[in-house]
Design a protein around this ligand. Structure first.
Ligand code: SAM
Length: 204
């Protein structure tokens, strides 16, 4: 299968598919962290290159429910985009998301955190499935939504919810408690190996 893993710098999903014998390539504006087939540039340049399956992880900054409050803050171009400029950024992000969702590729999965209602309205529909890392062998919580086209829902492979509950909150929600540093967003956004493996196993 010819697989495009869009908006991926980590190579995690790409390499899971390659391991299963597929012809997979990742694409990101950033270079790939791990050597392997990678297109560094805008994914819209290669969307029509005849892929059978695309898994995409577009930037969630302006779509995610956890940051919805900034839409109603006074306009401010400081560190965090607020007010009107944020609504404009939301429009652009939702447009990009929709282009991926409507791409001419038979099987598509787009992954993102829980969106706010303004994002859902612009994208045109709610997600199809919500998964958690603890369903795939990682004793952690991070709600991850999947919008699916031509693909069945992802089945959990190793549910470690009980083991996770014995851990302190700071470990269960490692991502949330991560201390601030310049690469924190990368650590927070990297796809979990268990989820990548399940995608390659079940959709490859
Ligand atoms: C939330 S991160 C996803 C990271 C991914 N889960 C991984 O494991 O590498 C979103 C990524 O989308 C990339 N991106 C944003 N716009 C893009 C575009 N037009 N084309 C390709 N990549 C893009 C960003 O550079 C960023 O690395």
């Amino acid at each position: 299968m010819k697989v495009l893993v869009a908006c991926e710098f980590s190579g995690t999903v790409r390499d899971a598919f390659i391991k299963k014998g597929h012809d997979a390539i990742s694409c990101d504006l950033l270079p790939t962290e791990k050597p392997g087939p990678h297109y560094q540039g805008d994914v819209l340049d290669i969307l029509d290159d005849g892929f059978d399956l695309m898994i995409a992880h577009p930037t969630c900054t302006y779509l995610t429910n956890t940051a919805v409050q900034w839409l109603y803050a006074p306009d401010n171009q400081g560190k965090i985009l607020k007010g009107k400029p944020r609504w404009e950024a939301l429009d652009k992000s939702a447009e990009f998301f929709t282009k991926l969702l409507n791409a001419n590729i038979p099987q598509i999965c787009i992954e993102n955190p829980i969106p706010h209602k303004y994002a859902v309205a612009r994208i045109g529909r709610k997600y199809d499935q919500l998964v958690q890392p603890y369903m795939f062998g990682h004793p952690e919580k991070k709600a991850t939504c999947l919008w699916l086209k031509g693909l069945p829902k992802l089945k959990q492979t190793n549910n470690v919810f009980r083991e996770m509950q014995k851990l302190p909150k700071s470990q269960q929600q490692k991502i949330f408690y991560m201390s601030p540093n310049k690469d924190r967003w990368k650590e927070r956004s990297r796809t979990y190996q268990g989820i990548a493996d399940a995608m390659a196993e079940q959709w490859g």
